[in-house]
Design a protein around this ligand. Sequence first.
Ligand SMILES: *Cc1c(COP(=O)(O)O)cnc(C)c1O
Length: 354
Amino acid sequence: MNWENKVRKVVPYTPGEQPKIGGIIKLNTNENPYPPSPAAKAALEAFDTDEMRLYPAPDASELVDAIAETYGVKSSQVFVGVGSDDVISMAFMTFFNSGEPVLFPDITYSFYDVWADVYRIPYRQIPLTADFRINADDYIQPNGGIIFPNPNAPTGVLESVDTIEKIVKANPDSVVIIDEAYIDFGGTSVLPLTAKYENLLVVQTFSKSRNMAGMRIGFAIGSEKLIKYMNDVKFSVNSYTMNRVTIKCGAAAVRDREYLAQTSGKIIATRETAKKELAKRGFTFPDSMSNFIFAKPSKAPAKTVFEKLKERRIFVRYWDKPVIGDYLRITIGTDDEMNALYRALDEIFEEEGK
Ligand SMILES: *Cc1c(COP(=O)(O)O)cnc(C)c1O
C-alpha cells in the first residue's frame, strides 16, 4: 500500500477564480473586456464541422505562418501552444536542464516556481528592488536559465530593452525567456533582439491583448535552433496540441493588427484614468504598463477591500502572502466597469470611516 511514495507530488498553481454565476464585474484574471477581432468571429462562422473528424495539422502551420508574417520572422522561428502557459512549460522542459539554478524574480508570475518544481529544476528567486524593479546585474551570475515577464506580473512594471539586452548578452551559455504577456499595452517588445541573440526566446499570448483567453493560444519567437529544440520536445509529448477551430480563428485574429491597436489603445486610456482615480482614493502603486494595476490601499487593509468588493460582486485578485498581501491586482475593464469599481471603493471607505 505504498504506491503513493512513487507519485510525483506537486503544489499546483492556483488560477484566479472563474465565477459560475453571471452579473460579476470581473477584474481578477487580466482578461480583456472587449470581444475578439471580428475576423475571428468570421473564421468561426465559416468553419465546417465536418473538419472535426480529422486531426489538425500537427505543426499548426496556418497559425504559425500568420504569426510569422505578422511579426516579420520566418515560420521556422515560431512555436505555438495551448496558451503561453503550455509554451512556457515546454520551454522549461526543453531549455532548463543543467544542474544550475534557473533565475527569476521573487515577485513574479507564480507559475514559474510551479513548473520548476514539477520538472525538478533547481531555481533561485532574485529579489526585486524596493520599487519592484529588476536589476540586470543580479542576473549576471552562474545559472541554468533565466525567465521573467516584461512588464512584470503582478506589478505591471516595464523594464527597458537595454536592461533586457544587458541580461541576454551577459548570458550566452543560457536560454533567456522574456514572457511578454502584457507587452501590447504600451511596452516595447524585445522581439527584434531575437535576430541578434540565438539564446533569446520571446513568449506572447492571445489571452490578454488579443481578447482570446478562452481559445488558449500562446506563441514563442526565437532563433530557428531554439524553435527546433522546442518542437522536438513537443512532438515527443503530444503532436496535436492546437485544434482546428483554434488554428483558424487564431490565424484570422493575428492578422487584424488594426483591431489590436484599437482595443489596446482603449485599455491604455482607461488605465491612465484609473491611475488618477485610484490615487485620489489613497492607493499607491508602481507605474503600470500592463492591463492591470498593482495597487495598495491606504484607507483599509487590502484583504478587507478585496472581500468587500467581492460582496458587491466586483472581483479583483488578492494574495494572502507577505509583501504582496498589502496589494490588490486590479484588471483594467471597460470604463463602465471601472466607474462601478470607484463607486464601490467610495462606499467601502465610507463604511470603514475613512
Ligand atoms: C496570463 C499570463 C500568462 C499565460 O497566459 P495564457 O493564457 O496561458 O496564454 C503567462 N505569463 C504571464 C506573466 C501572464 O500574466
